[in-house]
Design a protein around this ligand. Structure first.
Ligand code: PLP
Length: 399
């Protein structure tokens, strides 16, 4: 035996977005005027009533271990919330609260995958999915989509990806990084495919409240009993309630899966933060105005981004219908040079833009979107204007 790092950990690619955040913070600490368009979090503060509930939880001693799968009143409140919004019915044993959507997603994969099991993964996709699938012992089976397809997979491509080892399909609507929102017809077809091949569906709906231009979010679990009983829905408070740092998320699904996730969680981390759980209870049960206010602000900023980017030659943005990202295609700039340095790909573009114009964006490659960069518009309108001015200036100075 040697004191070597395990194969699982050796093969993990650390999160590119978190790495970028660290670089941006370092540059800011040096006093540089960096515009960060890389972060995947709302710029708004957590609404005051939610913060007050957390303070009250501290003052009333709600600071001890809770049930490992979350306090019963919060699990019940999540059930009531999705019942009110979508007419779905989940009992308290079909809900688990965890440390962010990220944790419950990881646990869902661990709960259902055996080594070598395959998960169909439409892409571009959130960069954590392939890593998480591999960390759980599975194999991601990517189904690539293009801007021309509206970043929606064809049914042919999805069914071609199915093998005897396929265990699940992982969907994400509204999508990070493309902003695509899957329509009901496509979801019905995907559901049918999953039923036909007896697959689990993991549906990451963390951006569910952020849909624009009249687009509607349809939870796939609402599309019939056979779909409901095989779907694990992932969501949480991070994006809808501007609570990214509180680290709380939930999963809904079949009792046996939720139980297995709970058993794992009970040993891996124990309960999610007790104070955050009481804050989350207030988020679901208190006034919902701030959710709509934030949605409206994001819609306005999306329109601003699209308007300002449309005048920049060599780049193209597919209009997103949800979430708070624009995936910008920079293919038209590949081969050009900035002060003699060639842009060979999205990573070069990202580095040169940060270096020379102090705008941080995320390269598309880790999201399976080569020659694209992801821009988050979860920043103030004036900051968006300044960022797009700098990007336009950067492009103009290319030779
Ligand atoms: N799912 C997607 C698609 C995301 O983009 C993110 C965060 O960026 C998450 C899940 C994680 O959310 P949470 O902060 O609740 O862990």
């Amino acid at each position: 035996m040697s004191r070597s790092i395990s194969a699982v950990c050796r093969n993990i690619t650390p999160s590119a977005t978190l790495r970028l955040n660290a670089i941006v913070n370092e540059k800011r600490a040096q006093g540089l005027d960096i515009i960060g368009m890389g972060a995947g979090e709302p710029d708004f503060p957590t609404p005051a009533a939610i913060c007050a509930a957390a303070k009250q939880a501290i003052d009333t001693g709600k600071t001890k271990y809770t049930a490992a799968n979350g306090i019963p009143e919060l699990r019940k409140a999540v059930g009531a919330h999705v019942n009110r919004l979508y007419g779905l019915t989940y009992g308290p044993n079909e809900v688990i609260i965890g440390t962010g959507a990220k944790q419950v997603l990881m646990e869902a994969l661990i709960a259902i995958l055996d080594p070598g099991d395959e998960v169909i993964l439409p892409a571009p996709c959130w960069l954590s999915y392939p890593e998480m699938i591999r960390m759980a012992g599975g194999v991601p089976a990517m189904v690539l989509t293009t801007a021309q397809q509206g970043f929606l997979p064809s049914m042919q491509a999805l069914s071609d990806a199915i093998t005897p080892r396929t265990k699940a399909i992982l969907i994400n609507t509204p999508n990070n990084p493309t902003g695509a929102v899957w329509g009901e017809n496509l979801l019905r077809e995907v559901a049918q495919l999953a039923v036909q091949h007896d697959l689990f569906i993991i549906s990451d709906e963390i951006y569910e409240t952020l849909v624009f231009s009249g687009a509607r979010h349809v939870p796939i679990a609402t599309l019939g009993d056979e779909v409901f009983e095989r779907t694990i829905t992932i969501s949480g408070w991070s994006k809808a309630y501007a609570m990214t740092g509180w680290r709380l998320g939930y999963a809904l699904g079949p009792k046996d899966v939720i139980n297995a996730m709970g058993a794992y969680q009970s040993h891996a981390t124990g309960n999610p933060n007790s104070i955050a759980q009481y804050a989350a209870l207030e988020a679901l049960q208190g006034p919902q105005d701030s959710v709509e206010d934030m949605r409206l602000a994001f819609e306005r900023r999306r329109d601003l981004m699209l308007e300002l980017s449309s005048g920049i030659p060599g780049i193209a943005c597919a209009p997103p219908q949800g979430a708070f990202y624009v995936l910008m295609n920079i293919q038209g700039l590949v081969g050009k040079r900035y002060q003699g340095q060639e842009i060979r790909n999205d990573e070069d573009f990202t580095e040169l833009l940060l270096e020379h114009k102090l705008v941080s964006v995320v390269s598309g490659t880790p999201f399976c979107a080569p020659n694209c960069v992801r821009l988050s518009y979860a920043i103030a309108d004036d900051t968006i204007r300044e960022a797009m001015r700098r990007i336009a200036e950067f492009v103009k100075e290319l030779t």
